[in-house]
Design a protein around this ligand. Structure first.
Ligand code: SF4
Length: 428
């Protein structure tokens, strides 16, 4: 009987990519992938440590897995292992802990465990790119890792400490990975990494890389995942004229105040950020822009916060991922004066959340009447749901359709609620 394995992923798309690749490797070796809530022989928790809340969530899930009845093996990996390995190991001796750069050793490590051997992950060479291409994933889109690590050292961020310095994957390896997933039947790829705009491999920068990827033959579309507003120029924006490159960017603003951006050690000013937005919107007025905002960064005044509210309204980000600043050990912001009270962070976070909700409805409303090519993710009770070019969910009635179909749909309306779907009808 095949062994059962369950995965839980927290945090960013990069973690998701890595879980997809691991799951695929276990699946191809005959393991059965089961729901994390069910009974499994192996539980893999891919953790995140970007905020205090992520730590808490990661710890709860590790505890939950460790408390499951039976002989389940628990493997904990991801950024929390890199930042708190000693504390984690002291808690629980029956669990394996694997750092980010050894994640690819999880499969041989588990196999060795079942043969009664012990394979310490550190005995294998570290490699952040040596993942097998994933044919069975938890998503309809295929995530493609192009880069890892970051050299920016923003003062609030623990990521450079847990993911290490920036490294880029050679284009040939990326191309190979894309061709393999296209052969598996994927129709949309998402370029992912920690700071992808800083891609740099033997003279090839991010703009050139994207251009090369768009030249790969095949019927597929390319989405950029989260990106920083620095490291590329106009050439990148011009690439959006290619219909293969989808008109959506999650571009991280973090604050609408220049003094705060400076203290965060961000690599851009507000006017530089605005210039990117203006360029994008001048050629694509409907371009979907989403962002991350940190509220309650040390020393954030009422005026700083007001400036953030003003700019997020003005740019009209259709989704805002709001983080309440939390101290991360070893970062420069941890020692900054002017730490903000938790209740004020809560208030500010709620204000941004409400602006984000309003922006979302306004943006989605503006798409009514448009035609979109939807990549179907789910079909249930005669209705299909998927994402169009702008990365907005669309629901429409179907007589027959399956996951991974691409269907041309006219947007006819919008549903109720805080996170409304567009409503559409199929076009012949
Ligand atoms: S750019 Fe800044 S926020 Fe993004 S991963 Fe690097 S250090 Fe962290």
């Amino acid at each position: 009987m095949s062994r059962k394995i369950a995965f839980k992923t927290l945090g960013c798309r990069l973690n998701q990519f890595e879980t997809d690749a691991l799951a695929s490797e276990f699946h191809n070796a005959g393991y059965q992938i089961v729901d994390f809530e069910g009974k499994a022989d192996v539980y893999v928790v891919n953790t995140c440590t970007v905020t205090k809340q992520s730590d808490k969530k990661s710890r709860n899930i590790i505890n939950h897995a460790a408390r499951k009845p039976g002989e389940g093996l628990v493997v904990v990996t991801g950024c929390m292992v890199n930042s708190q390995k000693d504390a984690l190991e002291n808690r629980d001796s029956s669990t394996y802990f694997v750092e980010n750069d050894r994640k690819t050793s999880i499969f041989p490590m588990v196999e060795a465990h079942y043969k009664g051997e012990i394979l310490h992950p550190n005995s294998l060479d570290p490699d952040v790119f040596d993942y097998k291409p994933a044919d069975t994933t938890f998503h309809t889109r295929s995530l493609i890792k192009i880069q890892d690590g970051c050299d920016n050292f923003c003062t609030f961020c623990i990521v450079p400490f847990v993911r290490g310095r920036a490294v880029s994957r050679p284009f040939e390896k990326i191309r190979e990975n894309i061709l393999q997933v296209l052969e598996f039947g994927f129709k949309e790829i998402v370029l992912t990494g920690v700071n992808i705009g800083r891609y740099d491999h033997e003279g090839m920068n991010f703009e050139l890389l994207v251009e090369k990827i768009l030249e790969i033959p095949g019927d597929f579309r390319v989405r950029i995942s989260s990106i920083e507003p620095d490291g590329y120029g106009d050439r990148f924006i011009e690439l959006f004229n290619n219909p293969k490159l989808l008109p959506h960017l999650h571009i991280c603003l973090q604050s609408g105040s220049d003094p705060v951006l400076l203290r965060m050690r961000r690599m851009y000013s507000l006017s530089e950020f605005r210039a990117i937005v203006d360029k994008v919107r001048s050629s694509h007025p409907d371009f979907n822009l989403t962002t991350d905002i940190i509220v309650g960064f040390p020393g954030e005044t009422e005026n700083d916060f007001k400036a953030t509210c003003d700019i997020v309204k003005d740019i009209g980000f259709s989704h805002i991922h709001t983080f309440k600043y939390s101290k991360r050990k070893g970062t420069r912001a941890e020692r900054m004066p002017g730490q903000i009270q938790e209740n004020l962070k809560n208030e500010r976070s709620e204000i941004i959340r409400l602006i984000g909700e309003k922006n979302k409805r306004k943006y989605r409303n503006s798409l009514i009447g448009q035609t979109q090519t939807v990549l179907v993710e789910k079909v249930l009770d005669g209705k299909a749901r998927g994402y169009g070019e702008y990365y907005v969910p669309i629901v429409f009635p179907v007589s027959s359709a399956s996951k991974n179909d691409t269907i041309t749909v006219r947007v006819t309306g919008i549903s109720d609620g805080d996170d409304p779907d567009l409503i559409g009808e199929m076009l012949p």
